[in-house]
Design a protein around this ligand. Structure first.
Ligand code: NAD
Length: 373
């Protein structure tokens, strides 16, 4: 998971630094804390692509007005079963949390609820929202797109058409860890290309496609020529990320655009148009108790998961995992040993802290990375 030359940073240190950075950039202490929690938690669960590597980009979005501090969700429409909420281009960490709370409350009353969130700032690791619903005992499904973000070529094509359109499910299993399935419908999340472009984990074979239709693992295919720690801009590269799973993943991405973009109301990845960059998310919350006896559902889920875990592994000595297992393992390791980040990411964080006025001797400031050995 971590590259061999990654440096480790204590999670409290990193959280304190990121929160201080966003507070210095104009967010309230509560919002800055929520942003730091979302980003650092993504690192903790092993999803470095959605972790602190994003700090410079979030700051840029804030300074350009792409995302706005201090926003709350507004109710566009609501009935007993569903609601449409407008995130008003607030930070995803804030408006995402509000929208999920809304869905949890509704599902507690009705057993099932659908909540659409439009115009949200970056919602980060979507699994975090499924985990929040799980804490309330609910199963959930979250279908997401990114308005005006074109990164992924549809099956059979070489041009960017879809966003990386993620989808996440959570299923509670009483007496066992829950199941959390959470992935981008692209072969890799864009953040993984960003991490690879900054000296982090290399991309798996066939992640990208060039305009000539050749498969590639070179981040320059997406970003154009790479220069130091400069912000990566996918508009500068001529290639695209491939959809996951050939025609099936491409079809799933299309459905995420239709549900998360058209239905939720932020608009789709394209064509270029009047919409502004934002996450859209349609979430379905389900209380198991509304579907049958809690204990019968829990017993059957446990039996099935044990049955799946018990599969003979393809590689002797390995084991079949359940979605959510890798994140739990990463969380345990990184809580104890610190969060691995590349030297380049560390340098970009120090630069970000300075850019918002954090002084070198501020105890919350990240020091320069230790010298390379
Ligand atoms: P990924 O390819 O790492 O897949 C992660 C999922 O697969 C998890 O549910 C994990 O538990 C499961 N998994 C991994 N290895 C497994 C194994 N060996 N056996 C069983 N299950 C296994 O995820 P990704 O596509 O790179 O996405 C990374 C993150 O990016 C996600 O959190 C996603 O929500 C996020 N994302 C967000 C946006 C956005 O706009 N906010 C866009 C794209 C992606």
């Amino acid at each position: 998971m971590a590259a061999p030359d990654d440096l480790r940073v204590d999670l409290r240190r990193l959280h304190g630094f990121v929160a201080a950075t966003f507070a210095a950039a104009g967010c309230s202490a509560e919002e800055a804390d929520a942003i730091a929690t979302g980003l650092v938690d993504a690192n903790l669960t092993g999803h470095d692509s959605h972790g602190v590597v994003r700090v410079p980009r979030y700051l840029l979005w804030l300074s350009e007005g792409e995302v706005e501090a201090g926003r709350n969700v507004a109710v566009v429409s609501e009935n007993a079963a569903m609601a449409v909420l407008d995130g008003q281009y607030g930070f995803g960490a804030t408006v995402g949390r509000e929208a999920v709370r809304f869905g949890i409350e509704k599902a507690r009353e009705t057993g099932v609820a659908i909540v659409a969130l439009r115009h949200a700032g970056h919602l980060g690791r979507i699994g975090q929202w499924a985990e929040m619903a799980l804490e309330a005992g609910l199963a959930s499904l979250h279908i997401v797109n990114v308005a005006q973000s074109r990164l992924v070529a549809p099956f059979g094509g070489v041009e960017k058409r879809f966003s990386t359109a993620p989808i996440a499910f959570g299923f509670p299993v009483e007496g066992q860890p829950p199941v959390v399935l959470d992935f981008a419908t692209s072969a890799v999340a864009e953040g993984k290309v960003m991490v690879a472009s900054q000296g982090g984990k290399p991309l798996p074979e066939g992640s990208l496609i060039t305009p000539q239709g050749a498969l590639s693992t070179d981040p320059a295919t997406l970003y154009g020529p790479l220069e130091g720690t400069s912000l990566r801009d996918h508009a500068k590269g001529e290639g695209a990320i491939r959809a996951m799973g050939e025609h099936k993943g491409s079809g799933l991405a299309l459905m995420c655009e239709l549900l998360g973009g058209v239905l939720a109301g932020s608009g789709c990845s394209g064509p270029p148009g009047p919409y502004r960059f934002a996450n859209g998310m349609v979430s379905i919350y389900m209380s198991p108790a509304a579907f049958g006896s809690d204990s019968a559902i829990a017993a059957e889920a446990r039996a099935f998961i044990d049955f799946v875990r018990d599969t003979r592994p393809a590689e002797p000595g390995s084991s079949v995992l359940i979605p959510g297992d890798p994140e739990r393992r990463a969380r345990a390791d990184r809580t104890e040993h610190g969060i691995p980040i590349s030297r380049q990411t560390w340098e970009s964080l120090v630069e970000a802290g300075r850019s918002v006025g954090l002084a070198r001797d501020d105890p919350r400031m990240l020091p320069d990375p230790p010298p390379a050995t």
